[in-house]
Design a protein around this ligand. Sequence first.
Ligand SMILES: Cc1cc2nc3c(=O)[nH]c(=O)nc-3n(C[C@H](O)[C@H](O)[C@H](O)COP(=O)(O)O)c2cc1C
Length: 171
Amino acid sequence: MKNIVLYKSKCGNSLQYATWIASELNWELRELSKFKKSEIKNYQNIIFGSGVYMGKMSQIKKILAWFSQKSIIIFACAGNNNIEKDIEVIKKNNFSEEQLSLHKFFYLPGGVDFSKVKGLLKMMLSVFQKVMQKKQNKTEDEIAILEGFTNPTNYVDRLHINDLVSYAKSL
Ligand SMILES: Cc1cc2nc3c(=O)[nH]c(=O)nc-3n(C[C@H](O)[C@H](O)[C@H](O)COP(=O)(O)O)c2cc1C
């Protein structure tokens, strides 16, 4: 039986982690859109990872529907650098307790770089930035988001995959 790493990445961070993980484990690597549900039966172990946008992991609904019975490894890649309370919010926003006990979840730090965003989202962000800049009495979160437009962060590091890789090797 084969093993595979699937990913959905808009800014390249989950892609980078998925590439490192697949190479470390010597597993196949594929973008989720190029993988069909009917192929699941050909794989023994599956890892899925994606970025978090407005609180939600990309493609997570589809993944949780496909793997409602089969346990897989899931990693979320978001803006925070391993901040426990923010990771808890991501878990709550994306999974039920039942789903968290079925699947093995990992968090891999990404960072925020609005300049990497493309297409419609880029246009929406540009409008959002202008509205925010004009807003009076900004909250702390709003100030932090605005800062992100001028000061991108990047916490992507190969070392972060170690726990996930050790777990996958133990399967
Ligand atoms: C428009 C936008 C919205 C984002 N929303 C969130 C969010 O709600 N929570 C969070 O922790 N990170 C958020 N981020 C940060 C991304 O999750 C982070 O950049 C992640 O590494 C992207 O993964 P990807 O490059 O694989 O798509 C956001 C980034 C952008 C550009």
